[in-house]
Design a protein around this ligand. Sequence first.
Ligand code: PGA
Length: 251
Amino acid sequence: MAYLVAANWKMNKTNAESLEYVNIFKELYKEYLPNIEVMIAPSFTALEAVGLALNNTTIKLGAQNMYFEEKGAFTGEVSPVMLKELNVEYVILGHSERRHIFGEKDEIVNKKVLSTIKHGLRPIICVGETLEERELGKTLSVVERQIRAAISGIEREVYLVDIAYEPVWAIGTGVNATPEQAQEVHKFIRELLNSVSRGNDKNTRIIYGGSVNEKNARELIKEKDIEGFLVGTASLYPEKFYKIITECLEV
Ligand code: PGA
């Protein structure tokens, strides 16, 4: 399975700024790089324009969130049907900002995961411990709880999802997990997925997120169980994001 390197722009970039970025990025990313899948997740309002600009490229379009119902009285929410219409392929779910700022619980993340799969979208399920949980030695149990809950009901079909390990203390802080810290958790996740899916996890990428940049990407991607990145801050700059992608070549 190809690595997955994904840009999570969060609540940044207007339509015009998004298009400006994509035009620069397309100039950089002219040649398809083998074994690396690239995805960009702009804000909802820029999805259509970015999707059109990415037409005829190998770059995939992603959304940063989604509601699980198809339509109805859910003011302010966006449905899987709406995303499909815009050629969205990936949906980031359970991001720590969704969990901590917007109170999203494991059960909601699970409903969203099931809904993406029903609609042929591929979820990137985010999991990760807080600093307090790490210091209490709870990292692996927190990650296990989040993953088991998120994939409840599709245990044998985990090849339909990707997992992003994003320690909360590393997100947007400039302090990334060390390659060893990340590898320990990625290995644990791989073993967990392998066991719950009874070996159906080969197409599930386990990617790392949390202060990834063009300087630390190489060391991180060298680890056996790190299969790509979910990049926030550094992904806002086309040159930096492109450099992170090329750092994943031939490791
Ligand atoms: P960061 O964000 O790269 O700014 O740490 C990562 C993320 O939240 O996905």
